[in-house]
Design a protein around this ligand. Structure first.
Ligand code: ZN
Length: 441
């Protein structure tokens, strides 16, 4: 290299360094979006500029001028869109073939809450890397590992999706387990489930979850034949509303789903209790369906018969205009896949149900924000909202599978993934950089 070349290189490096200093001083980020997808309208706009300042979107449009010194992120070859939502996941639970043969009864015995909380941190990053910026975490998290995860993300220790967590699942005696009398006497289903059979116990269980940091209440409506009555569910809804919380019901039978719908529950998890008649009632009442539609491409977790029923009922729900969320119930390890890759695999079921791509995208975005009640603060790419977005190569409205390869992820205005590579350093802090709330943490 000649002396002149070396001098030019030094000048270039100095200029790059200067630009970087400017970028830090203005605090403005500008994204050049080749295409910008609005899931509500299903339309793509070309050549949009998105400005971000202090973790929020500040300007969006084709003629927005980029302030001098702004950090510029060039996504002009990509489709930019809002982040994805999984409306039913369990980040602090990962059962496996080896050693527990996919029975989480054993996972809960062999893995401590502390270990599961660390795993939840990892699963949260894996979800974020696949473009999921919001996750509703619906229980089975040991002794409030879900709360620890949410707090760690909110305080700025680790990257992760926004977590809307349920705390411990509230159910009639035994929850989803069938303990032996010896285990039952010692209340061994706790902390995986909170036993609550009487109105007093139900109220107390809700208060416990509120106190320890839940953001939504989850109940087992019909995990046991005695289950919850319509009046019980109405009590849960009324008590949860005191803290502004919504209620999700795990429903596995037609009778259970019917009781939950009659009581006016917010969302129903799982599809095994769904019928055409109940779908019509859900649509009429605006009850969210978190159907957790396991794809046949994850064969350990469904059967051909079960899958056929799942596809039929998802199509029926779509045809009946039931409010649909994208939900996975992912709580297991699939060798070779991250938790995010397991979650995105669920688009296979939606494709099989012939749901149009634009409506799959709506279920994964705008419906997810509404079910999570974040649509006015986080989710849509709108001025004033939290600066979360993702980018993919290609057009997901034409080919939904491009969502399998999320190339770029931004959360709260910081880049978490770029050019397909995770870059989490901006999210890792030694202390609570985003503050701690002593009350209502
Ligand atoms: Zn679940």
């Amino acid at each position: 290299m000649s002396t002149k070349s070396i001098r030019n290189l030094i000048i270039l490096l100095w200029m790059m360094h200067s630009v970087n200093l400017f970028a830090q001083s203005t605090g403005v980020t500008a994204i050049k979006a080749g295409k910008l997808l609005d899931p509500e309208t299903g339309t793509l706009s070309s050549n949009q500029i998105i400005l971000i300042e202090k973790e929020k979107f500040t300007a969006i449009g084709p003629n927005v001028s980029i302030p001098k010194g702004a950090r510029v992120i060039d996504l002009s070859g990509m489709t930019v869109m809002p982040g994805l939502v999984d409306a039913h996941n369990h980040l602090a639970l990962t059962y496996k073939i080896d050693p527990e043969r996919n029975l989480y009864y054993f996972t809960y015995i062999t893995e401590s809450t502390a270990l599961r909380a660390i795993q939840a941190a990892s699963n949260g990053m894996q979800m974020l890397a696949s473009g999921f910026t919001i996750v509703r975490d619906m229980g089975n998290n040991g002794n409030y590992a879900d709360v620890a995860l949410r707090q760690a993300i909110e305080q700025g220790w680790i990257p992760g999706p926004m977590i809307i967590n349920s705390g411990i699942i509230i159910g009639g005696m035994g929850g989803q387990f069938w303990p032996t009398p010896e285990m039952g006497e010692k209340n061994m289903v706790y902390p995986e489930y909170l036993d609550a059979d009487t109105p007093d116990e139900i109220v107390k269980a809700i208060h416990q979850n509120m106190l320890y940091g839940a953001r939504v209440i989850k109940i087992c409506v019909d995990c046991k034949p005695w289950g919850y009555s319509v009046d019980d569910i109405k009590l849960v809804i009324a008590e949860s509303a005191k803290a502004g919380f919504r209620v999700e019901g795990h429903c596995q039978t037609v009778d259970g789903a019917r009781r939950a719908i009659e009581a006016g529950i917010w969302s129903i998890a799982h599809d095994s209790g769904m019928t055409d008649e109940l779908h019509k009632e859900m649509a009429r009442k605006g009850i969210w369906r978190a159907g957790t539609e396991t794809p046949i491409t994850l064969p350990e977790h469904t059967t051909p018969e079960r899958y056929a029923q799942t596809v039929t009922m998802l199509k029926n729900a779509y045809d009946n205009k039931v409010p649909l969320t994208f939900s996975t119930d992912a709580d297991y390890y699939v060798p070779g896949k991250t938790r995010g890759e397991v979650a995105i695999e669920f688009i296979e079921t939606w494709k099989a149900a012939k749901v149009p791509n634009v409506d799959i995208i709506r279920a994964m975005t705008i419906n997810g924000y509404k079910c999570s009640e974040t649509e006015k603060t986080r989710g849509p790419i709108k001025v004033g909202l939290a600066a979360d977005l993702i980018a993919v190569k290609g057009n997901p409205v034409e080919q939904i599978d491009v969502l399998r390869n999320v190339d770029f992820v931004m959360k709260d205005g910081e880049v978490f993934k770029q050019n397909g590579v995770m870059t989490p350093e901006k999210f890792l802090h030694g202390g609570p950089v985003k503050g701690v709330r002593l009350k209502g943490n």
